[in-house]
Design a protein around this ligand. Structure first.
Ligand code: DON
Length: 614
């Protein structure tokens, strides 16, 4: 491997990555620190002692808006990081009241369903990776195709080009899979909760937020405004989010009484409060009125599933991530294992040489993902083969040291692949016992299908577009996927969600990661992980660093605006890369363990996120 130390060298002083050796927690009294998404908090009294200088080159270009030396939130006992401040507070209170990380995660997820309705949900699904008492777990509560959906449900109906907002798999009733969130959160609490907090107790904060309301911030109003067209098409959505035809006003108190009733039913009856009885009646009626396919038997049949997590090693650390039907863990492992064959730690952070290998690894991993993965209950996923050293070696053999490989040389390229952006939400929770939860949940696009269930106050997902609705044709994220991910009745659509936990060489959880952003989830999680494990970056620096995304098709690397210097860009263009700029890539809040403290990094690319430790 050639070492290209680029001319631009930026030396920055900041906290080194996760502690390689265990350091006992200091005996100081508990402190609460926060880091908001939009501002770097000043260093706190409990911050680690000044570390040695770390050389970054040229990873943080001049003028890059998110500083490498931002201070994280810290806490001796626990930490919660989410995309919505009110939900973070709910999680933290649950930890302080004696709940474990899983109790807090379940409470947080229900709170997100109220205060962050664009992505938090009852009408969607997700994945959880947890480490409890040292044991890894992964829980699949992905939506399923309705039993009346099939391979050709969308073949004759327009599904839209990538980036199109419309299409039957993206907007309206046909776009929704059977929701999994309530079943998943119930399973998580039943199996891994502390048993000190009842189901009703973990739902109580969300019920209070929905019934008493909360003060709307500018972010909430803006996100509704950006999606007003989608929401205005459906009367129950318009009534809830666009009162008087305008987005809910900043500073007003927003209540969702219908959602409060549904949450109360779930608190009283468990999953039956959602999948049966009045909530199921309302959902099925909504489907019927709008030409959707989900029926009451579909709801009654839904089951969340525990699956064996994907586990792999990266630079001597153990990574635990999500198996199919999410592609997240397998694809993360493929990228990592290809790159373990290169001495990236010797490279300057984000040098053109390093980025070249990273892009090529991403390209090859995505080609395999798109062709080979699907719901494991329906298709055989060649996971063993894809995670074998032989597979990684074979991929490396096709990578040239100084040249990009056009995707067409590895796979035929579909003409219309493109790519779209957010939204979903990932959050992380850790507790005093060292337990950790990474949970990603979504209704796919921001505000999902646009359809709110009349009388029930929650939005439905547009997850059907994650299937290869027409195999070989790009979906809304530009992913060109194959038959293994074709639609079938009761099948789960392939996901990119990548909740992940890294266990350091000392056996302690060292990173808790995950992201929103469709396929960019996988690459954003990888880049954070590599920032810390390859280059010793602090959690904040790894979170704040520029992100890049390569998914094979379209054959273009997506980069964040100003994320590359001219020197980096020109060197990479000379190797054959072309770039497409995007305002920002993914939302990836994270937690790390460093110097005996939990550190929390809210996502600086969006407003409203919050990390809180205690
Ligand atoms: O499961 C998936 O891969 C997508 N439905 C995730 C959607 C997402 O992250 C949207 N963007 N932020």
């Amino acid at each position: 491997m050639k070492t290209s130390r680029a001319a631009l060298v930026l030396t920055l002083l900041f906290g080194c990555g996760t502690a390689p050796t265990p350091v006992p927690a200091p005996p100081a009294p508990p402190t609460t620190t926060t880091a908001t998404a939009s501002a770097a908090a000043p260093p706190t009294a409990s911050a680690a002692p000044t570390p040695p200088p770390v050389v970054l080159a040229p990873g943080f270009p001049a003028g890059w808006p998110y500083p490498a030396d931002a201070a994280p939130a810290t806490g001796q006992h626990g930490m919660v990081v989410t995309d919505a401040a009110l939900a973070t507070k709910v999680g933290l209170e649950m930890l302080k009241a004696g709940g474990n990380a899983v109790d807090a995660a379940v409470a947080t997820a229900f709170a997100l369903a109220v205060v962050y309705p664009g992505a938090g949900n009852l009408g969607g699904g997700g994945f959880m990776v947890a480490r409890v008492d040292g044991a890894p777990h992964s829980l699949d509560f992905r939506e399923t195709a309705p039993s009346k959906a099939g391979h050709d449900t969308f073949a004759a109906k327009p599904t839209g080009k990538p980036d199109d907002k419309g299409g039957t798999a993206r907007l309206g009733h046909l776009a929704s899979g059977v929701p999994g969130s309530v079943a998943g959160l119930w399973e998580a609490h039943q199996k891994l909760g502390s048993k000190k907090k009842t189901w009703a107790e973990v739902l109580a904060p969300a019920i209070k937020l929905a019934s008493e309301g909360f003060i709307v911030d500018a972010e909430f109003t803006a996100s509704i405004g950006q999606n007003a067209e989608r929401l205005s098409k459906y009367p129950a959505s318009a009534k809830l989010f666009l009162p008087d035809g305008k987005p809910v006003a900043t500073g007003s108190t927003w209540k969702n009484a219908e959602l409060a009733v549904v949450l109360k039913r779930i608190a009283d009856k468990g999953p039956k409060g959602f999948y049966e009885g009045p909530t199921a009646d309302l959902l099925a009626a909504e489907m019927k009125s709008g030409g959707g396919l989900i029926t009451k038997p579909d709801l009654a049949r839904y089951k969340a599933k525990w699956r064996a997590p994907i586990e792999f090693s990266y630079r001597g650390n153990k990574v635990v991530s999500m198996p199919p039907p999410s592609s997240g863990g397998v694809t993360l492992a493929m990228i990592s294992q290809i790159l373990e064959g290169y001495d990236l730690p010797k490279e300057s952070f984000h040098s053109p040489a390093e980025l070249h290998y990273i892009f090529e690894a991403m390209r090859r991993a995505f080609i395999a993902r798109n062709e080979k993965l699907g719901d494991p209950d329906f298709v055989k996923n060649p996971v063993e083969e894809l995670l074998s050293p032989a597979w990684a070696t074979a991929q490396r053999a096709t990578i040239k040291d100084d040249k990009a490989t056009p995707t067409v040389e590895l796979q035929p390229v579909a003409k219309d692949s493109g790519g779209a952006g957010p939204h979903t939400t990932n959050f992380s929770v850790v507790d005093e016992q060292g337990n950790a939860v990474a949970l990603t949940t979504t209704i796919n696009w921001f505000y999902g299908s646009g359809v709110t269930v009349a009388g029930a106050g929650f939005l439905l997902n547009n997850e059907m577009d994650d299937f290869a609705t027409v195999p070989g044709k790009a979906n809304g994220y530009g992913l060109v996927q194959g038959e293994p991910n074709a639609v079938a009745p009761n099948k789960r659509m392939l996901s990119s969600m990548s909740p992940s936990i890294v266990v350091g060489k000392d056996g302690h959880v060292s990173l808790v990661l995950g992201a929103a952003g469709g396929p960019t989830i996988i690459t954003a999680v990888f880049l954070e992980l590599a920032g810390v494990l390859d280059h010793g970056l602090s959690l904040m620096a790894a979170t704040n660093a520029p992100r890049f995304h390569e998914q094979g098709q379209p054959d273009v690397v997506t980069i964040e605006k100003d994320g590359l210097t001219d020197v980096q860009r020109k060197s990479l263009e000379a190797m054959g890369y072309t770039f497409k700029e995007r305002g920002h890539i993914a939302d990836a809040p994270s937690i790390g363990w460093a110097n005996g403290l939990w550190a929390g990094a809210a996502e600086p690319r969006r407003n409203g996120g919050l990390a809180l430790g205690y």
